[in-house]
Design a protein around this ligand. Structure first.
Ligand code: ZN
Length: 82
């Protein structure tokens, strides 16, 4: 009974909108990958974690104390030399 029902449901899903199983796999995988990619930057930003390492970020910026200073140093150098 349950097996039959499952077969019915999955069978319906299969023929829903994907032209073939390779494209279906691709779309499903892509969706997952996109979510993971988005989570890496904005997820950390939201969580208050530095986007360059795993330390706690300074509130208001996306870097920790160390990487903020590093970033400021780079900016100073770039402006000073040119
Ligand atoms: Zn950092």
């Amino acid at each position: 009974m349950i097996k039959k029902l499952l077969k019915k449901i999955t069978g319906k899903k299969e023929e829903k909108k994907y032209p073939n199983r390779f494209l279906k796999h691709y779309y499903l995988h892509q969706d997952k990958l996109n979510k993971e990619r988005r989570g890496s930057y904005s997820g950390r930003k939201k969580a208050g974690i530095c986007v360059r390492c795993h330390h706690k970020a300074v509130s208001g910026i996306v870097f920790c104390d160390f990487h903020q200073k590093l970033q400021k140093g780079y900016n100073k150098k770039a402006r000073g030399n040119k």
